[in-house]
Design a protein around this ligand. Structure first.
Ligand code: NAD
Length: 244
């Protein structure tokens, strides 16, 4: 029997690199999964809840929509994210609104609604995808780092505030991961993604850039009973590579 038999999970960013792996792993371990992303049509799932997390009503409504579709809500993975590059002096209003909206405001809205549902039901777990680049400054990604720092702080605060309700809230903080987010960044700057990722892998002490599965496994651990005493933790998953 899988670790998540009988559980219902909501995953945002489910069509992306880490999200897709998370969805597949939860389903393989017995969970029913509701998937949220702008387009979820390519994702095998138990319920599809496509939409734009920049729309407050959509983000507010996602946990309730998961309950309406699958009957309950035990686990939420706030994984959707966007990366904007550049120092503050080169950050447009549009980049600011996008980063704050997707990386900070949406997890706040989804968590708020989910906590109310989980509290009523007697417990649950939320795992947020933060970043090593929010725990220490990385060059030329000021607003991205800020939003991930805020998400890490929100995780710590929520983890403390809602433990008494049986709701455990934690975050994973990856360094670089081989997903469309990283690959399109290389492509935009004129590099071949495979070559660039192999080259970047040489800077990681464990020898390669993380595969999405290596992050998803830690997300599932944090959502599982194995992590039953963890509340408000930020788990770095970085192959030994510091931010610099
Ligand atoms: N790839 C990395 O190197 C890396 C490192 C650290 C943290 N992260 C974080 O991991 C998470 C997953 O990223 P990934 O690497 O799998 O990237 P990805 O781009 O493959 O996936 C992100 C997903 O979020 C979705 N999304 C973005 N904006 C949305 C919106 N407005 N409404 C609905 N969905 C939206 C995208 O459609 C996409 O499917 C993100 O929060 C990211 O910041 C990634």
């Amino acid at each position: 029997m899988g670790r998540f038999e009988g559980k219902v999970v909501l995953v945002t960013g489910a069509a992306g690199g880490i999200g897709l792996s998370v969805v597949q792993k939860f389903r393989a371990e017995g969970a029913k999964v509701a998937v949220a992303d702008r387009d979820t049509s390519a994702v095998a799932a138990d319920a599809h809840l496509p939409g734009n997390l920049l729309e407050p009503a959509y983000a507010d409504g996602l946990p309730g929509a998961a309950v309406a579709a699958l009957g309950r809500l035990d686990i939420v993975i706030n994984n959707a994210g966007v990366i904007t590059r550049g120092p503050v002096s080169e950050t447009s209003d549009a980049d600011w609104a996008l980063s704050v909206g997707v990386n900070m405001e949406a997890p706040f809205r989804v968590s708020r609604a989910a906590i109310n549902i989980m509290a009523e039901a007697g417990g649950g777990a939320i795992v947020n995808t933060a970043s090593c680049w929010g725990l220490r400054p990385g060059p030329n990604h000021a607003v991205y780092c800020m939003t991930k720092a805020a998400l890490a702080s929100l995780t710590q605060c929520m983890g403390m505030d809602h433990a008494h309700q049986g709701i455990r809230i934690n975050a994973v903080a990856p360094n670089e991961v081989n997903t469309p987010m990283l690959r399109t960044g290389f492509a935009k700057r004129g590099f071949d993604p495979d070559t660039a990722i192999a080259e970047l892998g040489k800077s990681v002490p464990i020898g390669h850039v993380a595969d999405p599965e290596e992050i998803a496994d830690v997300i599932l651990f944090l959502a599982s009973e194995d992590a039953r005493y963890m509340c408000g933790s930020i788990v770095e998953v970085n192959g030994g590579k510091p931010v610099k």
